[in-house]
Design a protein around this ligand. Structure first.
Ligand code: GRF
Length: 227
């Protein structure tokens, strides 16, 4: 499988972006980050990417009359950068069906819940309100409905009685930083195929670090091997 050329789309902090860049730089993920693109000039992640010598681009969504023209500009930027795979990492814009269709099976996202539970915004508040005892995060291919698509990997994270939104978000975010590089590595290794609308993993990945081998910090990585 040819080495992936990634575009990472962000809107803010970019901590998942950093985890992906780190995974590529350290040789855990056989991919190259060709571009970090943000719809917000103030996204903190841009400075980190630039500091790491990665090309960055800002395309402010407010400069465009509609979502289709904004997505068209994003698509052109990805093509110009030579990107062949897209990682959404806290990118807070709804993408249009045309863009999603063009990048079908070549675009993945991370969401801070165990999908299909709790798609959308305010995830951790709704998790706490629902009183669930286990939450987590999901890396999935992107389909038309928000936060849907074939699931590559999930990490389960306990919800503790003492949690508030911040504490829970922090615990889930730590799991995100472990999960996203593992999921991307599976894709980069050509181990992920889509069967119907399920992602199937051929073989289990070697762990990136000892904490990935199983439960760590109260969470477990859940990867679905085999057909
Ligand atoms: C993460 O919780 C991610 O799951 C969600 O948005 C947040 C982005 O955080 N989609 P960061 O910008 O990666 O730090």
């Amino acid at each position: 499988m040819a080495r992936l050329k990634l575009a990472i789309l962000i809107s803010g902090r970019g901590s998942n972006m950093r985890a992906l860049i780190g995974g590529c730089r350290e040789g855990h993920i056989d991919a190259e980050v060709a571009l970090v693109l943000s719809n917000k000039a103030e996204a903190a992640g841009l400075a980190h990417a630039a500091g790491a010598g990665i090309a960055t681009k800002v395309i402010p969504h407010g400069d465009f009359p509609d979502r289709v023209s904004f997505d068209g500009a994003v698509d052109r930027a990805l093509t110009t950068a030579g990107a062949d795979f897209v990682c959404l990492a806290g990118f807070m814009r709804l993408l249009t069906p045309g863009f999603i269709a063009k990048w079908r099976d070549r675009m993945i996202n991370i969401h801070p819940s165990l999908l299909p539970a709790f798609p959308g915004l305010d995830t951790h508040r709704r998790v706490l309100e629902a009183g669930v005892r286990i939450t987590g995060c999901t890396v999935h291919f992107v389909r038309f409905e928000t936060d849907t698509g074939p699931i590559i990997a999930q990490a389960a994270v306990p919800v503790l009685p003492s949690d508030d939104e911040t504490r829970l978000a922090d615990r889930v975010l730590a799991a995100e930083h472990r999960l996203y590089p593992v999921a991307l590595r599976l894709v980069a290794e050509g181990r992920v195929r889509i069967d119907g609308e399920r992602a199937v993993i051929d073989g289990l990945p070697a762990p990136i670090g000892p904490e990935d081998a199983g439960a760590a910090g109260g969470e477990a990585l859940l990867i679905n091997p085999g057909g």
